[in-house]
Design a protein around this ligand. Structure first.
Ligand code: SAM
Ligand code: SF4
Length: 346
């Protein structure tokens, strides 16, 4: 439902600024809620009801919304899903997005399964970088954790993207007693490939509701495992007092490979958050933990509403951005399935 604000203003702001003084710079666009995997920390179990095609924003609608958002300070785009590579002709969207004034980078978060056959055209279209999700090096575990066979296909996609010179980071969700015995293998992978592997703390955004605090392998625990069994790590964030990157990055004294941590549960980055999100069905989310968001699709499908009115609406929605997961932790409100990750895109 479109919430109503007073849409008339003579001097619209150039930035999206919320009541905590956070300014939005980055937009994550979920281009589909569909996925070819069924990761246990993300998808609902059982039959999933996908969003109907007519409810999904078409490329023209996405481009219009992004153009409006660039007038409000958005400069970086990340495409996500569901699995973004399931969206047909995605390269056309990338090449149109990169042409929008003020857009500096287009990146993508993918599970990598369809990467080897698509990376060439994505790169030619203008894709700057990739975050590829990988949670195990064991085929059998891949089937259980990610709900699909053929882990080698993902590994080939990573290798091919690397050979083509695309910037890559690996996203890894470590869950206690599921894949925590592979932490050192991930560190070795980062070093062998000379890339960054980022460990993400398991968040209560899982569709099947398995989340509980005991399953979360914390940043502290992972560092302890690495330092006990492998090598000391060196923080690279010393000279960087302000960063909007949710990951803190570490390397080793020989500078081969890097590891990062996204401690969403034990040290959330809400106070520096500069992200907004657009779901595939056109909802505008100011925070990962916002339930429904704001119905931009309804606005842009109304022929009478102008870009200026949409811009004003977005500015007013953003002012109400909630504090974030940090508040849910403070008031002890963490529980499974706070939101469906595959509809938002992370
Ligand atoms: N399908 C793509 C992929 O898996 O990379 C993009 C969408 S996925 C929702 C985006 C990121 O969210 C992935 O890196 C995934 O590991 C992460 N993710 C999903 N559910 C999560 C959860 N409950 N806690 C932490 N990270 C999660
Ligand atoms: Fe699909 Fe990504 Fe969710 Fe896994 S994390 S089920 S690959 S959307």
């Amino acid at each position: 439902m479109v919430k109503k604000f007073n849409l008339i203003s003579t001097n619209p702001p150039k930035n999206l600024k919320d009541s905590y003084n956070r300014i939005a710079r980055k937009l994550r666009i979920s281009v589909t809620d569909k996925c070819n995997m069924k990761c246990i920390y993300c998808m609902p179990s059982g039959n999933i009801k996908w969003i109907e095609n007519k409810e999904i924003l078409n490329f023209k609608e996405i481009i219009r919304i992004v153009s409006i958002l660039t007038q409000l300070g958005i400069t970086k785009i990340r495409l996500t899903g569901g699995e973004p590579l399931l969206r047909p002709s995605l390269e056309n969207l990338i090449s149109d997005l990169i042409k929008i004034e003020n857009i500096e980078t287009i990146s993508m978060t993918t599970n990598g399964f369809l990467l080897e056959e698509n990376i060439n055209k994505l790169k030619s279209a203008g894709l700057n970088s990739l975050n590829i999700s990988l949670d195990t090096f064991r085929e059998e575990r891949f089937r259980v954790l990610n709900g699909i066979s053929n882990l080698n296909k993902v590994l080939r996609g990573i290798q091919k993207a690397r050979e083509l010179g695309v910037k890559i980071k690996i996203n890894t969700v470590i869950i206690r007693n599921w894949n925590d015995d592979e932490i050192i293998n991930f560190v070795k992978f980062a070093r062998d490939m000379d890339i960054t592997v980022r460990f993400i703390e398991f968040m209560p955004l899982d569709g099947s509701g398995i989340w509980n605090y005991n399953l979360v392998m914390t940043k502290k625990e992972i560092i302890k495992i690495i330092e006990t069994n492998f090598h000391n790590v060196i923080s690279l964030d010393k000279n960087n007092s302000y960063t909007s990157d949710p990951a803190t990055i570490y390397n080793f004294d020989d500078k081969k490979g890097k590891i990062g941590f996204i401690p969403s549960i034990t040290d959330p980055f809400c106070s520096n958050c500069d992200r907004i999100r657009l779901t595939s069905d056109g909802r505008f989310l100011t925070c990962l933990f916002e339930k429904e968001g704001y119905d931009l699709k309804k606005m842009i499908r109304n022929a009478k509403i102008t870009d200026q009115e949409i811009r004003e609406y977005i500015v007013n929605c953003y002012k109400m951005k909630p504090e974030g997961i940090v508040k849910l932790i403070r008031i002890n409100q963490l529980r499974p399935t706070l939101n469906l990750m595959h509809t938002i895109g992370g």
